[in-house]
Design a protein around this ligand. Sequence first.
Ligand code: 6PG
Length: 235
Amino acid sequence: MRSGLIVVPDARALARRAAERIVELTRAAVAGRGQCAVALAGGSTPLATYEVLGTSALAAAVPWGAIAWYFGDERAVPPDHPESNYLPVREALFASRPEALDRVHRMPADAADLDLAARAYGERLPDPLDLILLGLGEDGHTASLFPGSPALGERSARVVVVTGPKPPNPRLSVTPPVIETAREILVLVSGAGKAQALARALEGPLDPTAVPAQLARSGTWIVDRDAARLLRSMS
Ligand code: 6PG
C-alpha cells in the first residue's frame, strides 16, 4: 500500500484521524519554527474534522496562538453566504475559539476587483505553507483547480481568479506551486461517490491537467473505505 495512504472505516473515523494528524503536524511546525501556516480546505468533507479539532478533547493540544489560518480557495460570495467556504469553517472550527479568528485570513473572493484580491492574497500567503488541507471533487478537482483550467499552468502567481463549473462560478484558488511546495499536504476523501476520482488521482496515469488532485499525490491521503473501494492497492 502507498505509504501516504491511510484508509479508515468511515467518515467519523476519518474526522478523528485527520484531526489527530493536524494536531501532530501543527505542533511539530511550532516546535521547529515557532509558528505554523495552515491553508484550510473548503467543501463539506473536512467540516467534521474541523469540528473535532475545535470542540473535542483534542482542541487542548492545538497550538492555537501560533497558527495562522488561510484558505486554499473561496467562492465569490460574502463571508456570511452559505456557499462560502469561510462560513462553515468558521462555525465548525472557530465557534468555540473566537479569539483564534484574529489569526484567520479569509480569501476575499467577494472583492470588487478579484484580480487585485488574488494578487494581494498571494503575496500574504506564507511561502511555503506548513500545511495545506485539500479535498477531492468527483471530477478530480482539488481546491478550485478544475480539469482543463488555465490556472493549472500558472507557475508564478500563488493565487488566481478561476471560473468554477457551477455557481458560484467565479472563485479564487491557490495555484499548483502552492500545493507542490507546501511542507505537508493532507487530503481528505470520503464516500463512494469519490471512489473513481480517488483511483484516478492516486493510481491513474499522471496528468494533472485532467486530474488536478494528482498535484497532491505526494501528500498524505486519509480516505474512508467507501472512497477507497476502487484502489488497486486495496485489492
Ligand atoms: C470547494 C473546495 C473543493 C472541495 C471538493 C470536495 O471550494 O468546493 O475547496 O476543492 O474540497 O469539491 O468537496 P466535498 O468535500 O464537499 O465533496
